[in-house]
Design a binder for this molecule. Structure first.
Ligand code: SF4
Length: 494
């Protein structure tokens, strides 16, 4: 048998093979392509999900934790639940990430993860001296029924015995329950936003002028763009889960020394003072509004949930609301930036006008981008919201009604259904994440990458798409993709 297999392997010369010779042949399993039965194309008619446009819940909670200074997520589950997240982060941000794992094996599956949590947390505290540990559960620990609060209490007792009572004040703990079968990474971030505030926020009764922001799963470049806006408006701000200087920073200190933390991230004290905030904004309704609403309910801090500020109107709405809440005027510089975006849109309208666009991604990104493409004169055709969301669906519906378009909105469906539609009704442009590369190549349509995850472009994480300046860059990417694909190489039409 083994000889048969060896004989079928092509001979490789001793000096190796050239790139030209390197060709992977994909052989179909059946001699002819068998199209799927039409009734099985809609995801709601199937009991399986094919090519989901989302990933698992703990990832969102880990993402949020990595935006906190000297914080480490401790994943209560098997190593795989952490490995692929670290791999995803490394591909997107090109930065190392500190994520600890309880290392579940067969015994944990039978007896629960108590021992793993106690030992893991103790080791983490001894070796890394973090300010905060977020205990992020996984499918397995949730199914087993791990009683995390009681395990944590036991871990604190063990550490107190060994290190003294001070250890209780040295490290803060936040428990985020993220059973992946109950939602996606978007919900994981949303839950983390609530649990961090629930566990840490306090109210002294002395309201400050500070305004808090929960950005959602924006890139470091987007958060830097938000900071630019706040500084122009002279706002006293705190960004919760601020990954801008933890997942995009030079390698400071000795990376081989332990502990080695990036200098950025939201401080634990900022969470503690959140109860005294003047207001809190959630800039991604599906990823972060739970935290903002909790703060409003518990401490009466006014919460404002905004559509992600992508494009002109979404940014206008955000800035107007911010000016109203903060009592600050809108500076001339911001009006100028808005003018530049409008100018860029007018300059390129003949390229974007009437172009049919298919969109795919997380609800907050898709909802923000739909309005922007409509502002560019494009026609949305098939919109895939990777994680089911009533808010995003409503926003998209309202925008499309306003512009008179009737796209097919696949709310919480999978890429199989969306791609099937695209193959039968080819758009001019696709706006989506890196997992849309295959369909873009197959139907020969340009892909403008945006949202989560984008791992096949260097520097994407530093380029904002929010705010007026972000809109200008997003527009440039859309137009350049159209130019590359839809105009002849001699460029006479440009
Ligand atoms: S889906 Fe569940 S088991 Fe799989 S990686 Fe995510 S948390 Fe772990």
């Amino acid at each position: 048998m083994i000889n048969n297999i060896i004989n079928t392997v092509k001979h490789i010369p001793i000096e190796g093979i050239t790139y030209k010779q390197l060709k992977v042949e994909k052989k179909p399993l059946t001699p002819e392509y068998v199209p799927p039965p039409p009734e099985l194309v809609p995801a709601e008619n199937r009991s399986v999900c094919i090519d989901p446009s989302r990933t698992c819940m703990p990832l969102g909670a880990m993402w949020a934790t990595l935006g906190v200074h000297r914080a480490i997520p401790f994943v209560q589950g098997a190593q795989g639940c952490t490995t692929y997240v670290r791999y995803t982060f490394a591909r997107i941000f090109r930065e190392p990430t500190l994520i600890a794992n309880a290392s579940f094996h067969e015994d944990a599956a039978v007896f629960g993860g108590r021992k793993n949590l106690i030992r893991g947390v103790r080791n983490l505290v001894c070796r890394y001296q973090p300010d905060l540990i977020a205990i992020v559960t996984t499918c397995s620990s949730e199914v087993i029924g791990d009683d995390i609060p009681s395990f944590l209490a036991d871990a604190l007792d063990v550490m107190e015995e060994e290190m003294g009572p001070e250890v209780r004040d040295l490290v803060k703990f936040v428990i985020v329950n993220t059973p992946s079968f109950a939602g996606s990474h978007v919900e994981g971030y949303n839950r983390a936003s609530r649990e961090f505030l629930k566990t840490l926020a306090k109210k002294t009764g002395q309201t400050t002028e500070d305004i808090y922001f929960i950005p959602g799963m924006m890139m470091p470049g987007d958060i830097k763009e938000l900071k630019h806006i706040f500084e122009l408006m002279d706002i006293s701000y705190h960004i919760l889960f601020d990954i801008s200087d933890t997942l995009d920073c030079p390698l400071v200190g000795m990376p081989q020394s332990i502990p080695c933390y990036p200098p950025g991230g939201t401080r634990v004290e900022e969470f503690i003072r959140a109860g005294d905030a003047k207001a809190i904004f959630a800039l991604s309704p599906d990823a972060g509004s739970a935290g903002a609403k909790w703060l409003e309910r518990r401490y009466k801090v006014p919460a404002f949930v905004q559509t992600m500020p992508i494009g002109v109107k979404n940014t206008d709405n955000f800035i107007k609301k911010l000016a109203e809440v903060s009592g600050r005027g809108i500076p001339e510089r911001l009006r100028w930036e808005r003018g530049i975006l409008l100018d860029a849109m007018a300059d390129t309208l003949h390229y974007t006008m009437m172009k049919r666009v298919a969109i795919c991604g997380d609800p907050d990104f898709v909802a923000g981008a739909t309005r922007f493409v409509c502002e560019l004169g494009m026609i949305p055709t098939y919109i895939l919201i990777g994680t089911k969301s009533r808010t995003a669906y409503q926003t998209i519906k309202e925008v499309c009604d306003e512009y008179g378009y009737e796209p097919v909105i696949m709310n919480g469906s999978d890429q199989f259904e969306w791609e099937y539609a695209l193959k039968h009704d080819i758009p001019d442009v696709i706006v989506g994440h890196s997992r849309c590369v295959s369909i873009s190549k197959e139907i020969q349509v340009p892909l403008v990458r945006f949202g989560f995850p984008v791992y096949d472009r260097v520097g994407y994480q530093r380029e904002p798409i929010v705010g007026y300046r972000g809109g200008e860059r997003f527009l440039a990417r859309i137009v350049n993709a159209i130019l590359d694909y839809h105009y002849p190489d001699d460029r006479v039409h440009q």
